[in-house]
Every structure is written in C-alpha cells, then in structure tokens.
Design a protein around this ligand. Structure first.
Ligand code: C2E
Ligand code: MG
Ligand code: MG
Ligand code: MG
Length: 283
C-alpha cells in the first residue's frame, strides 16, 4: 500500500511501524518481568442479583501497574501476552490468585476468572484448574470460568471436550461479551454454558434503541429456555438497571453498582437495587 504512494510517505510509515514494533517488544519484555516478579495485581468487580441486589460474587480483572507508564490496559497487555506465549504464566497466576482470595470469602460468593483461548490450546488447563481448587480449597461451584466466542471458532470439538471436563470438575462456565463476536446460536447448544454475559455494547444502547431492547429480551428468553442464567455487563445508569430488571436479566455488573477494586477494599455487602422496573416501550 505504501509503495503505491509516490509522495515519499513510505519511509515515514516504515519508521512509525518500526517504532510500534519496538514498543511492543519492550512492553512484552517488561510484562515477562512483571509476571516473574509478581508485579501484576488483581482487581475484583462485584456482581449482583438483579432481583434483590444480593452480592453474588466478583469478577477478577488483571491489572498491570507499569513502573514507568502507569496502568496499562488489559486490552493491551492480554493481547501481548497471547502473542508472546506469556498468557500461560499470566493466566496461571490469575487463576491461582483469584482462587486463593475467593477461598477466604463467605460462601456462597463466587469468583469469575477470564480465560484466554490460548490457555485452551496449550498446556493442561483441566489439570491446572483441578490442582488449583485442591490447593486453595475453593469449592468448585464457586469458581466460574469466562470464555469468549473467539475460543469456539478454532477447534470446536477439542474445546467442547475441555469445557465438559471442566464442568465435570464442578466449575461453571460463562460466555463473556455475548453478542459481539460470531454469536452462533449453535454455541449454546454445543457447549455447556451456565451463564451468558451480555456485552456492554447492548447495555449502553438499551435505553435509547428499541431494537437493542428486542435483541436483549430475545437473548434472555432464549437463555432462560436453555436453563442458562444471564448477566448484563456495563450497567452505568439507573435507567439501564431498571430496564434490565424489567427484561428479567438475572445478574447485574457495572460501574453504577461497583467498580473493580483491590481485594482490601471489598466489603461483601449487597447493594440496594430497588426494583423499579421500567417496562420497555414497544417491546
Ligand atoms: P471483560 O472480561 O468483559 O471484563 C469487563 C470489562 O469491563 C473490565 O475492563 C471492566 O473494568 C469493564 N467494566 C465493568 N463495568 C463497566 C461499566 O459499567 N462501564 C465501563 N465502561 N466498563 C466497565 P478491563 O478490566 O479493562 O478488562 C478488559 C478485558 O480484558 C476484559 O473484558 C477481559 O476480556 C480482559 N481481561 C482482564 N483480565 C483478564 C485476565 O486475567 N485474563 C484474561 N484472559 N483476560 C483478562
Ligand atoms: Mg469477563
Ligand atoms: Mg465481558
Ligand atoms: Mg468486555
């Protein structure tokens, strides 16, 4: 593309690209060190029962306080880790740390851990989870593993086997960011999900777009018919909260109700999410 441009921009882009690549290499090196030196942290975001506001558990979210650059977004460092193979070490640390913390929480609070597709492709994920539960003493039903649709496009048979083995341990599986990826309905049939997490993009448009309401209503109804619970991510306003309650969503998560916070800050308290249901117009 740059070659067709006869105005001498070639070397300009080339240098920029070079800089970006070098930047990624530097960051990847730093990330490797951060993992080895246990400089990553976990934050926990609360999940609440939509019906009565009871705290149901927390999602563990990795944080990387870079010594020079401050907090780097997980969107950046998770993909670096996936590309470089560091995801196994990172994912292993997150799992271990999350289960260790959750084992201290009052039952039946759960912890949700995000898994990257790369963790399914390499290593012995099932063995790792089993060992982690044994060593931390966390009851399996209090661990929820979040996977995304991207996981399911590669080798669905192998993934289905792994997911079945994981549910065989007693852990729960949640499909994260539902509706943003490939969203094949066949996934709901072929994989043993306990929960769907409706992506923040839907929650965001719930109040002002009737079509989004129809879609969310259908997702919830479909999930419930299949005995799958539904979480809505990214709840930021009271209107969204009320609309989701009106649509029969089971669980709410978002800045309105609680931001991700370090474990020291967790209070394990319910939130008053008084049910002032708004029946969505035109639905
Ligand atoms: P996710 O699993 O969908 O996590 C939810 C993201 O939405 C988190 O971003 C959370 O801070 C953010 N969020 C929650 N409520 C709200 C809200 O009301 N408004 C807005 N604007 N955002 C909200 P975060 O922590 O930046 O993580 C981004 C993504 O990085 C996660 O998306 C997940 O896919 C990935 N990630 C984070 N930690 C890990 C990890 O330990 N392992 C893996 N494999 N991925 C991780
Ligand atoms: Mg998640
Ligand atoms: Mg999500
Ligand atoms: Mg997301």
């Amino acid at each position: 593309r740059a070659k067709c441009d006869g105005r001498g921009t070639f070397s300009f882009y080339d240098a920029r690209l070079d800089q970006q690549l070098q930047d990624r290499r530097d960051l990847t090196r730093d990330l490797g060190q951060a993992i080895a030196q246990q400089q990553l942290a976990l934050h926990f975001q609360p999940l609440f029962c939509a019906e009565d506001g009871a705290l149901t558990g927390y999602e563990a979210l990795a944080r990387w306080p870079h010594p020079q650059r401050g907090f780097i977004s997980p969107a950046v460092f998770i993909s670096l880790a996936e590309e470089s193979g560091l995801i196994e070490a990172l994912g292993g640390w997150v799992l271990r740390q999350a289960c260790t913390e959750a084992a201290q929480w009052p039952a039946p609070l759960t912890v949700a851990v995000n898994l990257s597709a790369a963790q399914f492709r390499r290593g012995d994920l099932v063995g790792e989870v089993r060992q982690c539960l044994q060593e931390t003493g966390l009851p399996p039903e209090r661990l929820e593993l979040e996977v995304t649709e991207s996981l399911l496009i590669g080798s669905p048979e192998a993934v289905a086997d792994t997911l079945k083995a994981l549910t065989g341990l007693g852990v729960r599986i949640a499909m994260d960011d539902f509706g943003t990826g490939y969203s094949s309905l066949a996934y709901l049939w072929r994989f043993p999900f306990h929960k769907l997490k409706i992506d923040r993009a839907f929650t965001q448009h719930l109040e002002n777009d009737p079509k989004v309401r129809v879609i969310v209503r259908s997702i919830i109804s479909l999930a419930h018919s299949l005995d799958i619970r539904v979480n809505a991510e990214g709840v930021e306003t009271d209107g969204q909260r009320a609309a989701l309650q009106g649509l029969g969503c089971d669980e709410l998560q978002g800045f309105l109700l609680g931001r991700p916070a370090p474990v020291e800050a967790l209070t394990h308290r319910a939130r008053r999410v008084v049910k002032t249901v708004v029946e969505p117009a035109g639905a």
